[in-house]
Design a protein around this ligand. Structure first.
Ligand code: G
Ligand code: MN
Length: 297
């Protein structure tokens, strides 16, 4: 049952004594390996650029954790975050990623490239731990101004305990960090949430962007989210932009903050450094194409 639930639920599997023993053994091994990886600094943080198509510039980067596993290859968060959560490692893992990301952003500031860093915060981390003191400590230790940090939270985190989430988000807001609502449109999309909480940014979920140029419903929903956000004075970021057609449609709808494989995959810090150091980013073919689009308008 736990295996099926961990794989996303809403399914069934067959139980046998042998498979159960094998699964438990496998899982215990993975747990042990995750603990070791975390404690010995083996988890990697990659950064995916968020570009401002108008400015033709990288203005932010989203920190995304990866686990280079010795035998299973690169594991993405969806493959080990549920495990980290179930064995109580989520807070430690979250803090570690936050610290690495803040250090990276601080280094960029020091070389005159003030790029905001956007860090995903897991619901557990936000609601169950001592999030605010931990956040303050990381900012002090890394020297990153709070105003250079964006925390990405999901609607489900907020909805699961609205009262507590509200208090914590207000405190984060007072500190000066920005708050982004991640995967917007896939969860509850409660409008009360937008009215009552100090949200600064909406990130349109990539599921709407994927078929933006083929599906009129996806386009309509995307336009509605942009309209809603703009009218509420929020910044809008489109995620999962994979083609120039998608980028162009978003731009036509005044959504100029964009992120996705069209611009860049998540890359190591050294590659970000290289990208931001390019005078005009013209090595990013996609940016070049977009410059042409913007100039045409
Ligand atoms: O939930 P969140 O929005 O933080 O998820 C980010 C994830 O989306 C990362 O795992 C990242 O690798 C992935 N991602 C980023 N850009 C794209 C894209 O253009 N297409 C697809 N399919 N996935 C993307
Ligand atoms: Mn995110």
């Amino acid at each position: 049952m736990h295996r099926i639930k961990n794989e996303g639920g809403n399914s069934f599997g067959f139980y046998s004594m042998e498979s159960s023993v094998a699964w438990t053994r496998d899982r215990l091994k993975l747990e042990k390996e995750l603990r070791i990886a975390l404690n010995s600094g083996h988890l990697q943080v990659l950064y995916q650029p968020i570009v401002d198509v108008y400015q033709q510039n990288i203005v932010r980067m989203e920190a995304l954790v990866r686990w280079p596993h010795p035998t299973r290859g690169y594991l993405s968060p969806s493959e080990f975050i549920p495990l980290a959560e179930s064995i109580g490692l989520m807070e430690q893992l979250g803090k570690e990623v936050l610290k690495i990301a803040c250090l990276a952003a601080h280094k960029l500031i020091q070389i005159g490239k003030p790029i905001h860093v956007s860090v995903n915060v897991h619901p557990h981390q936000l609601l169950h731990g001592n999030f605010l003191p931990a956040l303050s400590r990381v900012l002090t230790e890394t020297g990153l101004p709070a105003t250079s940090l964006i925390l990405e939270i999901t609607e489900s985190a907020v909805v699961s305990d609205m009262a507590r989430a509200s208090v914590i988000l207000q405190q984060i807001n007072t500190l000066g960090a920005l708050i982004a609502l991640d995967d917007f449109g896939t969860g509850y999309s409660s409008l009360t949430l937008l009215r009552e909480l100090p949200i600064d940014i909406l990130k349109i979920d990539k599921s709407f962007i994927r078929a933006l140029d083929q599906n009129i419903n996806d386009l309509t929903i995307t336009q509605a989210i942009i309209g809603l956000g703009v009218n509420l004075g929020l910044m809008i970021v489109a995620e999962g932009v994979e083609s120039d057609r998608q980028a162009r449609i978003l731009l036509e709808n005044h959504c100029h903050l964009q992120q996705g494989y069209f611009f860049s995959r998540p890359v190591p810090y050294e590659s970000i450094l290289q990208l931001v150091n390019e005078a005009d980013l013209s090595n990013l073919a996609s940016i070049k194409q977009l410059c042409a689009i913007v100039n045409l308008k």
